[in-house]
Ligand binder design. Structure first.
Ligand SMILES: *Cc1c(COP(=O)(O)O)cnc(C)c1O
Length: 366
């Protein structure tokens, strides 16, 4: 087992040995048939993950590149984007949209709470928006969005639904074929994600899945202010990975293919149930120590929690003391810095449990 520590930051998450082995495979040329077969398989598995027959794109970059690809390929200069923000990562869409001269409006909840869907409906009635972003789970607050409520409201208003799945994909279902509210026209248009959170491989991949309607939006835009982030530049590679646009991260693709095999073998139903259970268990355990999750249980994300410290616990000392015992958690962002820590609920599989046991037995000895 290569992991020496239990990495419980929201991401990167612990990497299992099978994936370390895939990463350490011999690097083939990016047009070598042996690599091309693996890349093809990874693309097919990505489609299965999102349950879509439309297009997916897997490129070198972090989750933020995936955010940029989602926006720049669907919303043009001067068009309106509505952001439903439950924290720091929702807010990130604002400077991103500004960089491309997109008109952006933000509906922001208090940290730990959700934006009222009614407010979304009212905002969409007042003006026309090209697209609306939903951060599936916001990694700063541990708040999960209610896709069931939001997707029909957005689609009814004729806007594209863009879901930021960076801390949700592969733990929470993101089914692009699902007809929300039972209406065939109410489906997610774009899911964007990164490799290092619930997918469980190291950072370095930006992944997006794009509906037919979102592809039509890309075509309607004509030329866009992007090159590397333009899906039109990548389409040839995704259709036939033997072709070249820009060199793919060969070893990360090996790892990604191996990770998706693990994910699809376990199945999204089981994975979602497991994350919900772990999230609840971790929050209940921490509550018994006098710590309070920022998000109430009703809106809490199954993949990570932001936990407020009780009086008298100093952030730096707390995290250093945990780190000495091999457990790594994250500090908090923006105005919560020093007041809370964040813990991922990505303990999965026998290897992580073994690692957790090892750390806990060390903890007992102290
Ligand atoms: C981590 C994260 C991002 C940013 O991803 P990077 O890989 O750090 O660029 C965006 N959105 C959410 C919800 C995240 O959790």
């Amino acid at each position: 087992m290569k992991n020496q520590e239990l990495l419980l930051v929201p991401g990167p998450t612990p990497v299992v040995d099978e994936i370390y082995e895939a990463l350490a495979s011999e690097t083939h040329g990016h047009t070598d048939p042996r690599f091309v077969a693996i890349f093809k398989n990874a693309i097919e598995q990505t489609k299965k993950l999102f349950n879509t027959n439309s297009e997916v794109y897997v490129v070198a970059g972090s989750g933020t590149l995936a955010m940029e690809m989602a926006i720049v390929n669907t919303v043009g200069k001067g068009e309106r984007l509505l952001v439903i923000s439950h924290g720091y990562f929702g807010d990130r869409f604002t400077p991103l949209a500004n960089a491309f001269d997109i008109e952006v409006e933000v509906l922001q909840s208090a940290w730990g709470e959700r934006v009222d869907p009614q407010l979304v409906a009212e905002t969409l009635k007042m003006k026309t928006f090209k697209a609306v972003t939903i951060t599936h789970a916001d990694t700063s607050t541990g708040v999960m969005s209610d896709l069931e409520a939001l997707v029909p409201i957005i689609k009814e208003a004729g806007a594209l639904v863009i879901v930021d799945g960076v801390v949700a994909t592969a733990a929470l279902k993101e089914d692009m074929s699902k007809a929300y509210g039972g209406n065939e026209a109410y489906k997610i248009d774009v899911v964007l994600t990164g490799s290092q959170k619930a997918i469980g491989i190291p950072p370095g991949l930006a992944i997006i899945a794009v509906s037919e309607q979102a592809l039509a939006a890309r075509e309607a835009l004509g030329s866009i202010p992007a090159y590397y982030a333009d899906i039109n530049c990548w389409r040839g590679v995704m259709d036939n990975p033997a072709t070249y646009f820009a060199t793919p991260p060969v070893n990360l693709i090996y790892a990604y293919d191996a990770a998706l095999k693990i994910v699809l073998t376990e199945g999204m139903e089981t994975r979602e149930t497991r994350h919900i259970a772990f999230g609840k268990a971790v929050r209940a355990a921490l509550r018994s120590y006098g710590m309070t999750p920022l998000a109430n249980e009703y809106v809490a994300a199954p993949t990570l929690s932001c936990i407020l410290y009780p009086e008298g616990i100093e952030d730096g000392a707390f995290r250093t003391s945990l780190a000495k015992r091999g457990i790594i958690v994250a500090g908090s962002l923006a105005h919560l810095t020093g007041k809370a820590f964040r813990i991922g609920h990505n303990i999965w599989g026998i290897q992580q449990l073994r690692c957790l046991n090892k750390q806990l037995s060390r903890l007992e000895r102290h």
